[in-house]
Each structure stands twice: as C-alpha cells, then as structure tokens.
Ligand binder design. Structure first.
Ligand code: OGA
Ligand code: NI
Length: 337
C-alpha cells in the first residue's frame, strides 16, 4: 500500500509519462561545468583577456556571446535570498497545496506539480508562479501559507527590482542607449519558483525543456545547486552554482531592443539523482501595452532593423509565453491595470 505521505517523485523508476523522447532528453548529463559563462563582480573590474575590464564592458561582452552571465557583489543581502529560499522550500513541502493543484487562482497565482509540456511529457518539477507588479496590490494575493510567505517574498522582489534596474542601466550604457531607456518599461512582473526533486534517472527527464525567456531579462537565484544548462555553439554547457550569485539571462525582448547585438539563448534544466534543487526565476518584462522594437540609435544604414515592432501583449499571447497558464496570467495582468 502507498504511504500516505509519499509524493509523486518517491519512485524507484521514472514513470513513462516523465520520459522525454531521445531528441529532447539530456542523455549524457555529465557535461563539464562551464567556467566560461562570465561571473561579473559588480563592485569592481574583472580580469578578462589578459587585462581588466569594467563591469559594464563585461556585461556587454557576456550578453553578446552567451546571453547569460552571473553577478556577484550585487548588493542583495544574503539574508534576503536565504529567507526566500527557505520560505519556498516550506511552501513546496506543504501537504495541503495538493488540494489547490490545477485550480488556476483567479487572483493571480498558479501552482502545479504535473505541468505538461508541448511534447506531452511531464516536467520533473513543481512550479509556483505569481505576478509581482504593482507589488503592494499583488502581495495580498500571493499564497498566505507559510504565514511569512508574503513578507519574505515581497522583500526579495524589492531587492530584485533594484538589482535589475541597476543591471539594465549598465546595459543602457554599454549599448549606448540614453540613460533611463528601460526605466518606465521594465518591472519585475512575474515570479516563477521551481522545486526539482531528486530523480532516479536524470538522463531521461528534464526540469524544464529547452526554451528561451520571453522577458527583457530574467534573474535566477539557484542557491548552491547546479542544473541550469545553456546551448552554446551546439553544445549544452552547465551554468555552475556560484555561491550567492544571481544568474542573469537575456530575454527575447532585449534581443529585439538590442537589434540582435545581444542573444537570447536556449536553456534548460536537468535533474539530479540526489539533491533537491529550488530556483527562483524573476522575469523583468515590459508592460503588456509596450511596443517593443530595436532601439532607434542601434538602427542605421549599415545595421538595418532586424525585428518588427510589436506589442509585448501580442508576443506573450502568440508564444504562450507563460506556458499552459499564459491566459490566466495574462488576464490577471490586464485586470491589474
Ligand atoms: C525559467 C528558467 C531556470 C532554473 O524559469 O525560465 O529557465 O534554473 N529557470 O530554474
Ligand atoms: Ni528560462
């Protein structure tokens, strides 16, 4: 008989509906941890190419070449990230959340432990998504269990808002855009937290299928657990777990605004045989009505516009940007304004 406390991942073998096709599955998960995804110290210059480069230049180079970088000395207090990771662990450990599964919360949060992918196979994860902007209004609609969830995650989001604004300002400078270019069109709109339990055979499963982020930029906190991989020149490389770092990932909207100077790269998450991994992804997005197009100063005779202008709303809808819950989330975003 089944143990009443047993959860979907307490299995000896991977169930069939979690096994990806040969083409999608990771196969060899022992790819080397990549030490070339740049780790950028925001407080000082970084050693590179035999010399030293300033953070702005390091961000520019990393965004062009990898579409990914990590930041350290970013100013977010460790207590804020530790508290956020702990409260999320408590959330994912709650037995009662099973009861709310699949009920898309009309107030703007969705939780699932069995999300289906477009290829019809379940991801090896549980996921919680909710809106974050405007913060004061959203907070009250977040999970209220654990009791300190709202307070702890609100503090986290405020820090991410500060850090992402700072990074976007550095990107402005690097790309030669006017200061404040992103100021009114970039908000930490969505939090997506993932709980990836240990998996009996990580070569068959995925925590997240290969995808690109529909955001402007995404900031991911992954604690001390690796699992994120980036497709670079046809090979999957691991993004190492750097203590207390944030992973920054160039989303599709910034690729468009940069007129293709920056690249939004394919990435995915592999599972681990032993360790539970929690990640907090925060999506910094334009507002839904914002028209996203290549920045005027980056378009000229020798560099024609490579992307069509379009509303972010339309992009989200067309690409099912938030997965199965796109419509729920989009509706919540619309009713919010
Ligand atoms: C995402 C994502 C990475 C991770 O949520 O889009 O890529 O490490 N997450 O969970
Ligand atoms: Ni992603």
């Amino acid at each position: 008989m089944e143990d009443k406390d047993s959860r979907w991942f307490d299995v000896e073998f991977v169930p069939d509906d979690y096994i990806f096709s040969q083409e999608d599955r990771p196969q060899n998960i022992d790819v080397p941890v990549c030490d070339s995804i740049p780790v950028i110290d925001l407080a000082k210059s970084t050693a590179a190419h035999g010399g030293h480069i300033q953070p702005v230049e390091a961000i520019l180079m990393a965004s062009k070449e990898f579409g990914f970088f990590q930041v350290i000395n970013h100013g977010v207090p460790e207590k804020i990230t530790t508290d956020a990771m702990n409260v999320l662990k408590e959330f994912f450990d709650l037995p009662s959340k099973e009861a709310i599964e699949f009920v898309p919360h009309t107030k703007g949060w969705v939780y699932t432990s069995t999300d289906n992918t477009k290829v019809g196979v379940h991801l090896w994860r549980e996921n919680l998504k909710h809106l974050c902007h405007p913060l004061e209004e959203c907070v009250r609609q977040w999970p209220n269990k654990p009791a300190r969830y709202q307070e702890v995650i609100a503090a986290y989001i405020l820090e991410i808002q500060k850090l992402s604004s700072r990074i976007l300002e550095m990107i402005c400078e690097g790309l030669g855009l006017e200061p404040g270019y992103f100021k009114d069109t970039s908000e930490v709109q969505l939090l997506s937290s993932n709980f990836y339990p240990p998996c009996p055979d990580p070569s068959l499963t995925l925590g997240i299928l290969a995808h690109q982020d529909p955001s402007l930029v995404t900031l991911v906190y992954q604690g001390n657990s690796p699992g994120l991989q980036v497709l670079k020149d046809g090979h999957w490389i691991n993004v190492g777990a750097v203590p207390n770092a944030f992973v920054v990932n160039i989303g599709n909207q910034l690729e468009i605004i940069s007129n293709g100077k920056f690249r939004s790269m394919d990435h995915r998450v592999v599972t681990s045989p032993h360790k539970t991994r929690i990640s907090i992804a925060t999506f910094v997005n334009p507002s839904l009505d914002c028209i996203v197009e290549p920045a005027k100063v980056l378009v000229n005779g020798s560099e024609p516009s490579r992307y069509q202008a379009r509303q972010y709303k339309e992009y989200v809808h067309r690409n099912k940007a938030f997965g199965d819950h796109t419509v729920t989330i989009q509706n919540a975003m619309i009713s919010e304004s």
